[in-house]
Write a protein that binds this ligand. Sequence first.
Ligand code: ADP
Ligand code: ASP
Ligand code: MG
Length: 408
Amino acid sequence: MSLIVQKFGGSSVANPDRVRNVARIITETYRKGHNVVVVLSAQGDTTDDLIEQAKQINPKASKREMDMLLATGEQISISLAAMAIEAMGYQVVSLTGWQAGMLTNSSYGSARIKRVRTERIQRELDKKKIVLVAGFQGINKYDDITTLGRGGSDTSAVALAAALHADLCQIYTDVDGVYTADPRVVRGARKLDEITYDEMLELASLGAQVLHNRSVEMAKRYSVNMEVLSSLSGNPGTKVKEVVKTMEKSHVSGVAKDKDVSRLALVGLADQPGIAFKVFSLLAKSNINVDIILQSIGRSETKDISFTVTREDAQRARELLEANRDSLGFTSIEISNDVAKISVVGAGMVNNSGVAAKMFEALFNAGININMISTSEIKISVLVAERDAERAVQAVHDYFFSEFGSAN
Ligand code: ADP
Ligand code: ASP
Ligand code: MG
């Protein structure tokens, strides 16, 4: 008998009709003879609303209390869905993260799953019950509730699929699958039948919110069979796997946009060995993740270094660098939020030179200036002005994917 893990996102359980719809999908799977473990997210905008409420009470609330609050959203979803399934005459049990054995580290707000103790879930499955688990949450060594970071229910689902050796992990959402770009924003975005873990990981990390990037990382590590599909349309979705058939054919699989970026520039650093090391080890020690880095050629014994961080980290990075101004020896530090990162991703890029040139041509034709560039084997990212972001994604996407399109 096979085991299927299904995850339903916030919009899939947003109201009573949607909860009943999800209950139908779950029970149909169960009726086919599968064991079913289901992960649910908070309904609709619940998590955002809870964050807003907290801000009104205490804008500097501790992360521990934020996790205590935010975890309630998922608990509403699992109990309501369990009631809907009960009403249909099936045996079901809902479990919070801690009841389901989701053990995490202690980073409140961005906890990582360390282990899943599956005994309780296994016992319930042995009793032939459908098991519903609250996504996005776990418990740490102090017996405190933790959350996994925004969008983290995908990771809960993949962690359960890996720990239970599930045959399939289905991520149900509000679009038909993974597209070549956000289908709600980009005209002509196309659904992909399949995509590699590596490409999906890049897309998710570069702004495509359809999957939590850590869920893809985990799916790759444990070879979890993953599928993204719609809870509403019934259409076939997108398979996420190690190797896909189309890899050779197309160079580019998708285009992503990330506005959660700030650029910092350190001006007038001494042009001597060890400076970059000092700057970036300082940031690393404070757990500030740096993305694109650009260093100017040294002139008259000074150089400039620019780099990007998430908006949340920008102020902290600036304060840290300011506090070490004397030992680093820069003349000024500039910070800009008027930036966005646009990326193209594709496993086929490795063997095809010229993808970068094509991307730059598309941006040039649209009259969009490039601020910074970074590349890896399967992706090219550029930094543009935030106001140009939507136009840039559309222009690059048109270039690689339009019907008459040339480049892919
Ligand atoms: P859920 O609540 O189901 O977890 P999310 O809102 O987190 O759903 O993710 C689904 C959304 O991701 C879609 O509605 C879509 O707008 C957005 N999205 C961004 N990039 C892509 C992409 N490349 N393919 C599909 N959806 C994308
Ligand atoms: N409810 C959480 C969020 O909104 C987790 C999730 O949806 O995956 O971020
Ligand atoms: Mg999500």
